[in-house]
Design a protein around this ligand. Structure first.
Ligand SMILES: C[S@@+](CC[C@H](N)C(=O)[O-])C[C@H]1O[C@@H](n2cnc3c(N)ncnc32)[C@H](O)[C@@H]1O
Length: 215
């Protein structure tokens, strides 16, 4: 069995994932600006951008902005009149992300909202329905974020959630780690949710992908 590894990651990146200077810069400098080095990988961002384009998204939501790396990939998949609302609890992260969105040329279509995403989602609900949602914040919140997303995207809209493998922890049967347990339960619940059709994109740390079928 071939297990996804750095060599395969590099292979995909070299063939299919051209990163311009802005994306490379954001990836490199985000940790130097005091933010944790936990952004998605280039091929994961490229995949998100493809999903945005495939579902013809105009209105997107991201939960967990960090330095704006994944947000840049998503925003670049939107049409010029499209909009990404990205939610971040840490003001410093939000400030760095705003600088990076400016640098990447997408500031005109990205709004960064500071606060606990559980509250921010309630505030943006009237702006829906949305077309695309990317969940990448605290893992214990994933089920609530997902339920909000199903209720607030259109039929055929796409919901994605990152770190679904928890670096392999998802396969542990005796874990006591709260984030692994939450992700295991989240995956089981989404798999049983008849409103969506779901799979996992296995590159990087695994991205769950659902398409909304019914209300
Ligand atoms: C894994 S990072 C996001 C990485 C980003 N999506 C990327 O790939 O460039 C998670 C982010 O979620 C933020 N976060 C954690 N809990 C949150 C909450 N309850 N509401 C909003 N943001 C939260 C963290 O501060 C952090 O910046």
């Amino acid at each position: 069995m071939t297990i996804y590894n750095d060599a395969l990651s590099t292979y995909i990146q070299d063939l299919f994932v051209p990163q311009d200077q802005a994306l490379q810069y954001i990836q490199e400098v985000t940790p130097q600006k005091g933010l944790p080095s936990i952004n998605i990988k280039p091929e994961e961002g490229h995949f998100l951008q493809m999903l945005v384009r495939m579902c013809g998204a105009r209105q997107a939501v991201e939960i967990g902005t960090l330095g704006g790396y994944s947000g840049t990939w998503i925003a670049r998949g939107l049409p010029p009149e499209g909009r990404l609302i990205t939610l971040e609890i840490e003001p410093h992260h939000a400030q760095v992300a705003r600088e990076h969105f400016q640098l990447a040329g997408v500031a005109d279509r990205v709004e960064v909202r500071v606060g606990d995403a559980h509250q921010s989602l309630k505030q943006i609900t009237p702006d829906g329905p949305f077309d695309f949602v990317f969940i990448d914040a605290e893992k214990t919140g994933y089920k609530a974020y997902f339920d909000w997303a199903v209720e607030n995207i259109r039929l055929g809209g796409v919901i994605t959630a990152h770190n679904i493998f928890r670096k392999g922890g998802i396969l542990e049967t005796d874990s006591e780690d709260a984030w692994i347990l939450a992700t295991q339960e989240f995956n089981r619940e989404v798999a049983a949710d008849a409103r969506v059709l779901t799979t996992i994109y296995p590159a990087g740390d695994g991205t769950l992908v659902s398409i909304k079928l019914s209300n």
